[in-house]
Design a protein around this ligand. Structure first.
Ligand code: PDD
Length: 285
């Protein structure tokens, strides 16, 4: 079965799903994206992802190319046509096609829109969560507006590659003051020795993860204490637990940071419980 992508109004086999060479997403990474988990062929937290999309578009002054209700129809159709049971749906919107020139294109240039979806390996993901993953740290070298979910991901790509080359799943960005901001494609969390769950406040320095928002609700419901503040990499070394969150990884326990075991070196109880209970707090559509 060939995978199908939605491109500017048409559903096409992936091999024929093309964007123009003068698309500003391609030329300048002048665009934004969203990734939703698909579970039992349904979208997880679509409403929240659409709200963040509207924020990213508005910060970059790109027009929403179609009403949210129409976009929702496209999401579900792409999921259906690709027979996704568990996986992700990916949306990208760029400022559109125009002769390559840095300033915004002429008013009325239509934004480009692409939607793809794919299955992921559920058993492999569960196994990874049972074992926990390793992270490394890398210097924070991104721009100052990473709260916008833009497709400009070069530092993230290089950080992730560094992690993989060191046998780790994720890289945590650490700023000049020694504080962890977030992962290259996930939010970063620790549980302190006295049981407080800590994740950085959602300012311009991190992406305000949708998974993060839902996990915060789960933490409150379970009567745990949350601290939204920056934590240092040294605090992370001394933590009882650590974990990462993202739409595609849900809650993933971290058992090693820069080769040092976290806690007793096994996935933590709180991280595992949050992963288990996550979908009770998420919305399905
Ligand atoms: N990544 N921080 C960064 C830099 C991310 O790229 C992501 C998501 C997150 C977590 O956000 P959410 O919980 O809304 O997925 C945090 C997506 C999944 C990706 O790039 O594939």
């Amino acid at each position: 079965m060939s995978r199908i992508a939605y491109v500017n109004g048409r559903y096409l086999p992936l091999a024929h799903a093309c964007v123009n060479v003068e698309d500003r997403g391609y030329q300048f990474s002048d665009g934004v994206y969203e990734v939703c988990e698909v579970r039992d062929s349904l979208l997880i937290d679509e409403r929240r992802h659409m709200a963040r999309l509207a924020f990213s578009l508005s910060e970059l002054r790109i027009a929403m190319p179609m009403p949210a209700a129409a976009l929702s129809v496209v999401f579900h159709e792409v999921v259906r046509r690709n027979r996704v049971r568990w996986g992700i749906v990916y949306l990208q919107i760029s400022r559109g096609v125009s002769r390559r020139d840095h300033p915004f294109p002429p008013a009325g240039t239509a934004p480009s829109i692409v939607v793809t979806a794919r299955n992921m390996d559920f058993a492999a993901a569960e196994k990874m969560a049972e074992n926990g993953v390793a992270v490394i740290s890398v210097p924070e070298n991104r721009w100052a507006r990473v709260d916008i979910k833009s497709v400009s991901l070069l530092p993230n790509v290089l950080a992730k590659q560094a992690a993989r080359e060191q046998g780790a799943r994720e890289a945590w960005f650490v700023d000049a003051s020694g504080h962890v901001t977030e992962g290259s494609s996930s939010n970063a969390w620790i549980v302190t020795r006295d049981g407080k769950v800590v994740t950085r406040q959602a300012d311009h320095g991190i992406l305000k993860g949708i998974t993060r928002t839902v996990v915060i609700e789960a933490i409150a419901a379970q009567g745990l204490t949350l601290e939204e503040r920056a934590f240092t990499i040294d605090e992370a070394y001394a933590a009882r637990e650590a974990f990462i969150t993202s739409a595609s990884q849900i809650v993933l326990p971290v058992v090693k940071i820069n080769e040092r075991p976290v806690g007793n070196g096994a996935p933590g109880l709180i991280a595992s419980a949050l992963r288990r209970d996550f979908h009770r707090f998420a919305e399905t559509s």
